[in-house]
Design a protein around this ligand. Structure first.
Ligand code: EPU
Length: 420
């Protein structure tokens, strides 16, 4: 298993370019099977989760070519409508294939994703939405088995106890694009990744209105076409590099980044007193001359503070000049990084879904273990600022979602070695 050895305490400088969004790419690649011809998608990050989705598509019979961040998908050979446990268990996001499969082929047998270290992760909203569209769904031996004679437009409320659901919105919107009649999704997710999926579907010929709001209306069409499309930049990767600059007090520039996709995050960075400026597609951190102020964070669905930056923000706040709090309202158990950050000398305690972070003067390198994608990124950020050497084992979690992570950070002057 690969691990990182990180020599901390280095100032970063220069610029880093953000890759395409993993969480936009997953539902868009999945929706490509709705097209009647080949689809070409650019700016796809070459990360493990994407390669797992490709394996599932190939298993189903699709032909996929992926090189230089461009993917060509030809769905014409699909003749197996099954996603087996071996694949789904390693990548929960593959659930976004369920809606497109049912819409196009009217049948699917999909392994139940199960929980993961960030929580139990139910799929009731996906099932509710697809059932309302007319799919008959049963759970058999750990599989979701769906069958439909036809999909019919409906009104569906997709809010759950923790707000809207990103991939349930993606599944229902993709399926409704080929349903008969009009579908209205109430309490839809408004994440930029959902807007990107809607734009992609519209390019294929779908009729979708209201994306980016909590109410999306879809007029079903009979056929969708293969198209050429380019994915938006990854706002979570961008936020991670912003925090790499902040935690090491380094003046760096983040390129190919849409600041308007991260307003709640940038608002909090501003509140800490970190000086930065933004343009339409970049962010530049200016000289940081003092410790930053503590802040209180609450994660929420978009446009609230993203849960996918919670762990990295927590790492940054360990060195703030005072006490911060971080309350997790999307995945209340997503705090596995805290134990590892404390191993580096942080002072974080947990009170239910709220972390209380007492800022310390310094972090000191130690042996740590990665446990989930964003938690791993948080440990790396803390290690960059820590005195001495940090070892991060099990970095396959990072490889799931960050393209060339150590290469990009080393390009900024970090000292990260991968031991294979
Ligand atoms: N939820 C339900 N029922 C459902 C679905 C979700 O109760 O049927 C709950 C979840 O348990 C959670 C909340 O609703 O408490 C929000 O979950 P959501 O469904 O929005 O999450 P997701 O769509 O499965 C995507 C991202 C996650 C990101 C979340 C929230 C992808 C592939 N995954 O997951 O990304 O954390 O939205 O923004 O898009 C990551 O990239 O590290 C990651 C985990």
């Amino acid at each position: 298993m690969d691990r990182f050895i990180i020599e901390g305490g280095k100032k970063l400088k220069g610029s880093v370019r953000v890759s395409g969004s993993k969480n936009a790419a997953l539902p868009i690649i999945s929706a490509a099977i709705l097209g009647s011809g080949k689809t070409v998608i650019h700016n796809i990050p070459n990360v493990k989760d994407i390669r797992t989705l490709v394996k599932i598509l190939e298993y189903m019979g699709a032909s996929v070519r992926f090189s230089n961040n461009t993917m060509e998908i030809d769905p014409s050979g699909i003749d197996r409508f099954t996603a087996p446990y071996e694949f789904v268990s390693t990548m929960r996001g593959s659930i976004c294939l369920l809606g497109p499969l049912l819409a196009k082929y009217r049948e699917a047998k999909f392994s139940m994703p199960g929980g993961c270290v960030i929580g139990t992760r139910p799929i009731d909203l996906h099932i509710k939405g697809l059932k309302k569209l007319g799919v008959d769904i049963t759970i058999e031996e750990g599989y979701i088995v769906g069958k439909a004679r036809k999909l019919k437009g409906t009104t569906v409320f997709l809010g759950g106890n923790f707000g809207s659901s990103v991939l349930a919105t993606a599944n229902v919107m993709s399926a409704a694009a080929l349903a008969e009649g009009e579908t209205i999704i109430e309490f839809a997710s408004c994440e930029p990744e959902i807007v990107d999926l809607a734009r992609f579907l519209k390019k294929m010929g779908a009729k979708i209105y209201g994306e980016g709001s909590h109410c999306i209306r879809i007029e079903g069409v009979k056929k969708l076409n293969g198209v050429e499309y380019s994915i938006i930049p990854d706002r979570i990767e961008a936020g991670t590099y912003v925090l790499a600059g902040c935690i090491t007090s380094s003046a760096i520039t983040i390129e190919n980044f849409i600041p308007s996709h991260l307003l709640s995050f940038l608002d909090k960075i501003e509140e800490t007193g970190i000086p930065f400026k933004t343009g339409t597609d970049f962010l530049k951190i200016n000289n940081i001359t003092s410790r930053w102020k503590p802040v209180d964070i609450v994660t929420l669905p978009y446009p609230g503070f993203p849960t996918d930056l919670q762990a990295q923000m927590t790492a940054f706040l360990t060195l703030a000049d005072g006490i911060s709090t971080v309350t997790e309202k999307v995945f209340p158990e997503r705090f596995i990084h805290i134990g590892e950050l404390n191993r580096l000398g942080a002072n974080i305690t947990l009170d239910g879904p709220k972390a209380i972070i007492k800022g310390v003067n310094k972090l000191i390198g130690a042996k740590t273990m990665a446990s989930d994608l964003r938690a791993s990124a948080a440990i790396v950020l803390a290690a960059l600022a820590a005195e001495g050497e940090t070892e991060v084992s099990r970095i396959y979690h990072l490889d799931r979602g960050y393209e060339k992570f150590e290469e990009k950070l080393n390009g900024l002057g970090a000292n990260i070695r991968r031991i294979r």
